[in-house]
Design a protein around this ligand. Structure first.
Ligand code: ZN
Length: 288
């Protein structure tokens, strides 16, 4: 029933509905025309609701103006059941904070706040000599920070570079990065950390941020993940032999990389060198 709520909103009005969370929008240069189009659409939705004996909440409904003009749009009135709707400057829709000037400022601020809370907990439980081990820290990072940052990143990725990097997200990654790096060759550590965090320039990662069309390996047609290039990619069958037979001997071949990227592996000097060599001879070092 609710699925046809926006069926009749009129030409040029966009709509989206997710469960009972709906939005309609209209765009144009002429503010007056846009507003009158929107009011007509709201009236249609209102009619639909009366026909279906369905009451929408006026207190939970609001409207927002998206514009980069300097106008303040204060005189605009949109009515639902004869009551004026509240005009808001930002609004959370399906987990994304929208702001009227498309800066994504609010959304990034919210991600930043959320991630900082997690980081404070991580700081509290991590210690050099004691505390949560690196593996647990990475699990926490992936579950609570990475997922938050990744959600909707193809959309808010259009925010200005300075907002994304200088002010917020870069700092978060830096703090997490520091937690995971200690000693050894800096470049190798960076490679190991990137593989652990799943941040790389492999196609599957590029796909997540919207800069690769499929995320698949051009050679094998499978998802090009860290796991794929280390264990499965046919391009590197030859280079891989030595590493795999070494791991086999020790009973350490597990397809989910838990040993290779795990804490114990740090103490396995021979295995560690073999993995690093594999990453360099295959040229993967340039893509991770
Ligand atoms: Zn492949």
């Amino acid at each position: 029933m609710i699925n046809d709520i926006f069926d009749d909103v009129g030409f040029g009005v966009g709509c989206a509905l997710y469960a009972d969370d709906g939005a309609i929008w209209k765009r144009g240069r002429n503010t007056k025309q846009v507003i009158s189009g929107m009011q007509t659409a709201i009236n249609k939705v209102e009619e639909w609701s009366i026909e279906c004996s369905f009451k929408m909440s006026t207190s939970k409904s609001s409207y927002m103006i998206f514009s980069r003009k300097k106008e303040d749009f204060k005189d605009i009135k949109l009515l639902l059941y004869g009551k004026p709707l509240e005009q808001v400057k930002s609004f959370k829709y399906l987990g994304m904070w929208l702001d009227g000037r498309y800066t994504w400022n609010k959304h990034i601020e919210e991600i930043d706040k959320k991630c900082r809370r997690v980081l404070n907990v991580m700081r509290a439980i991590a210690g050099k000599e004691w505390g949560a081990e690196r593996d647990s820290m990475i699990t926490i990072y992936q579950a609570l920070i990475r997922s938050t940052v990744d959600y909707g990143c193809m959309i808010y990725g259009s925010a200005s570079e300075s907002l994304l990097i200088k002010r917020h997200l870069y700092n978060i990654k830096k703090i997490v990065g520091k937690k995971c790096i200690n000693g050894r060759n800096r470049k190798e550590e960076v490679i190991m950390t990137r593989m652990r965090l799943g941040h790389s320039r492999l196609n599957a990662s590029l796909f997540i941020i919207g800069v690769h069309e499929t995320g698949l390996c051009e050679n094998c047609g499978e998802k090009e993940t860290v796991e794929h290039v280390i264990y499965n990619c046919k391009r590197f069958d030859e280079e891989r032999k030595e590493l795999i037979s070494y791991l086999n001997e020790r009973g350490k071949v597990n397809k989910d990389l838990t040993y290779l990227l795990g804490y114990d592996f740090n103490r396995d000097r021979v295995g560690y060198r073999m993995l690093i060599e594999y990453i360099y001879t295959t040229g993967l070092s340039e893509r991770i």
